[in-house]
Design a protein around this ligand. Structure first.
Ligand code: UDP
Length: 318
């Protein structure tokens, strides 16, 4: 297949590029590098079946030649990033998604939208199944991301219904692993970075809020299965192992052997109280289940962060 991956230099996108190139696909990686990083794809640049195009899909998406599939991952995804780039987040969810869908329509390509568990907002139903319509505040602090993705889901569905685009939607729950930026503000990267430096782990609120953490390799297998299928979704992708943030902090401290303290900082406004995916649909329709436990995933992530922290290039600020 010849696959366009938007957001291909980002955390998830670069792992998806690796998986596709690794199985023999040709990949056109599109990224504006606003949150993606060239170093995530540096090892692929010499690969003849890999091409990088630096562009903002909110403005346009022009890819010459055959396109068999498009995975639309481009978007700021960390709360810190989408608060910093609210208009860009809304633009890539709306105009960016439209440009991708137009390309899919033009080339009769499979289209997969990377949506999010944030469409469930601060959920009143627990755990979250795909039939739940969510509890999102349209003018709340997280709305730029949540509503952008909800609009992207509506647009994708409209293109499928009215234009016959072969489109599918995945809703991605919290995912972690190598290539997360240490300062992107998300909880796993923050805790691992803090623990390795011996700095206080910053627990927001009392730490009783929950999340369910999926290792990146599992998530990418789910994305590839969705690209290969004709499944419209929406399909939840995530690991149902649910933990409080305080438990996660204790686990990271134990696995790093760090004696760093924890500090409690104010809980962000409208921070969802709990989140856990129901993944029955992914199992039934894609044959997908997560295989890497959160603990094992954390071990691998800690190894990567530790190696990076001691690498000469990292010390030089590269
Ligand atoms: N969180 C925390 N300390 C941090 C970063 C995040 O306690 O340094 C909390 C945050 O308030 C939320 C959870 O961890 O309850 C997950 O946050 P993240 O930004 O990783 O993902 P999201 O909120 O989008 O699920």
């Amino acid at each position: 297949m010849r696959v366009v991956v938007t957001g291909g230099a980002g955390f998830l996108g670069s792992h998806l590029c690796d998986a596709l190139v690794g199985r023999g696909d040709t990949v056109v990686c599109v990224d504006d590098l606003s949150t993606g990083q060239v170093e995530n794809i540096a090892h692929l640049r010499a690969e003849p079946r890999f091409r990088f195009v630096e562009t903002d899909v909110s403005r346009s998406l022009d890819v010459a030649g055959r396109v068999d599939a498009i995975a639309h991952l481009a978007s700021p995804a960390s709360p810190v990033d989408y608060h910093r780039m609210p208009l860009e987040t809304l633009a890539v969810g709306s105009r960016g998604t439209e440009h991708c869908l137009e390309l899919a329509r033009d080339r009769s390509a499979r289209f997969v939208l990377a949506s999010t568990s944030e469409v469930y907002g601060d959920p009143l139903v627990h755990p979250q199944h795909e039939g739940y319509h969510g509890n999102v505040n349209p003018t709340g602090p997280r709305s730029v991301y949540d509503e952008a993705k909800r609009f992207a889901e509506a647009l994708t569905t409209a293109y499928a219904r009215s234009c016959g685009v072969d489109a599918g939607i995945v809703r991605i729950f919290n995912t972690f692993g190598p290539r997360m930026r240490p300062h992107d503000g998300r909880v796993v990267s923050s805790f691992v970075d803090q623990a390795l430096r011996g700095e206080p782990l910053t627990i927001y609120g009392d730490g009783s809020q929950t999340r369910s953490f999926c290792y990146v390799d599992d998530l990418v297998r789910g994305l590839v299965a969705m690209l290969d299928s004709a499944e419209p979704g929406p399909v939840n992708l995530g690991n149902p192992e649910e933990r409080t943030v305080a438990e996660l902090a204790r686990l990271v401290l134990a696995l790093t052997g760090s004696s760093a303290p924890v500090v409690h900082l104010p809980l962000p406004v409208e921070d969802p109280a709990r989140r856990r995916p129901v993944v029955d649909r992914a199992r039934e329709r894609l044959g997908w289940t997560p295989e890497v436990s959160t603990e094992e995933g954390l071990r691998r992530t800690i190894t990567w962060f530790a190696a990076r922290a001691t690498a000469p290039a990292a010390l030089a600020g590269a």
